[in-house]
Design a protein around this ligand. Structure first.
Ligand SMILES: NC(=O)c1ccc[n+]([C@@H]2O[C@H](COP(=O)([O-])OP(=O)(O)OC[C@H]3O[C@@H](n4cnc5c(N)ncnc54)[C@H](O)[C@@H]3O)[C@@H](O)[C@H]2O)c1
Length: 291
């Protein structure tokens, strides 16, 4: 979809990180932006800093009624909507069997149901207008799998699947509407910093050979000393992700370019896609060997 001055975009998770950078990049193109976030204070500040022709609507995306109010507020203020960025998301870590039920629900309700609420509410408006584009944020964790982020990876796989299905349905029933799924690698935001800084603090500035002390809190504390001994040496590469982090403003430009060229998939780190090839190759080899 061609991005043009005068269009209206709704961005969830807009108070920080990638959502805020998207809002800034859209605003710089003359697009009017409705910023939505659960953190009302940071949201108001972001909207004020980005400038005029922005509106801040405090919204918990996991609540369908609040997402409906977001749509109502958008139409009230600007009378139209062209783009919906379902970007709000959370992460949680730990081995699958140690993640608390409440954490599973929290991640699922925001990362998956939040995206579903955005699509259920805004797609009918785009179809009625006869134009528009849906942008759902997944992750590289939505197309590859690593350890210790089971709820996050599962939720982001769901976002990829939902966007693929949406795109097919729109192609048949409303071909004027596009859909893109964003699969970022590490982007410099509070979410990613929390991971790298947290592991950095845990490992300290040891020489890498000494076993760091096992934390007394969080899921690490639930491991046996033997499990901690096996896990700790594998954590150091996570700190090095910091060196791979892309500025959020650059990520936003990459995402908007994908919208303009109407691509289904987009990532910030294309040099990591061999991981996807390896996974699919392994999958196909096992499937082909099935009898
Ligand atoms: N930063 C990365 O490296 C990275 C990598 C892959 C995917 N992602 C995805 O990108 C998206 C943005 O992440 P980010 O890194 O900018 O994170 P961030 O933590 O900087 O920003 C996320 C924003 O979402 C908001 N939010 C949380 N729960 C919400 C809810 N229920 N309703 C509305 N808003 C809510 C937060 O208040 C916050 O402002 C997420 O979906 C995340 O999973 C990020």
């Amino acid at each position: 979809m061609k991005l043009q001055s005068g269009q209206v975009a709704v961005v969830t998770g807009a108070a920080n990180g990638i959502g805020r950078a998207l809002s800034e990049a859209l605003h710089a193109r003359g697009i009017r932006v409705v910023l939505a976030d659960i953190d009302g204070e940071a949201l108001a500040q972001a909207a004020a800093e980005i400038g005029p022709e922005t509106v801040a609507v405090p919204t918990d995306v996991s609540d369908p009624a609040q997402v409906q109010r977001l749509a109502d507020a958008t139409l009230e203020h600007f009378g139209r909507v062209d783009l919906i960025f379902n970007n709000a998301g959370l992460s949680a870590g730990g081995p699958i069997w140690l993640v608390e039920p409440g954490d599973w629900r929290r991640i699922w309700s925001v990362n998956v149901e939040g995206v579903v609420n955005g699509m259920r509410t805004f797609v009918p408006l785009l179809i009625a207008a006869g134009r528009g584009h849906v942008v759902n944020t997944a992750s590289l964790a939505g197309i590859t799998t690593g350890m210790f982020n089971g709820p996050y990876a599962a939720s982001k796989h769901a976002v990829v699947a939902l966007t693929e299905v949406l795109r097919g349905e729109l192609a048949l029933l409303a071909p004027e509407i596009g859909a893109t799924v964003v699969c970022p690698g590490p982007v410099d935001t509070q979410m990613m910093r929390a991971v790298t800084d947290g592991i950095g603090a845990l490992l300290g500035d040891g020489d890498g050979d000494a076993l760091p002390p096992q934390p007394a809190e969080g899921w690490f504390a639930a491991l046996s000393p033997g499990q901690w001994q096996r896990l700790a040496p594998t954590l150091a590469p996570i700190i090095h992700l910091a060196a791979e982090m892309m500025p959020a403003a650059r990520a936003a430009e990459i995402i908007l370019a994908a919208v303009e060229s109407d691509r289904l998939y987009v990532t910030t780190h294309p040099h990591w896609t061999p991981q996807v090839t390896d996974r699919v190759t392994r999958m196909v080899a096992d499937l082909d060997a099935s009898t």
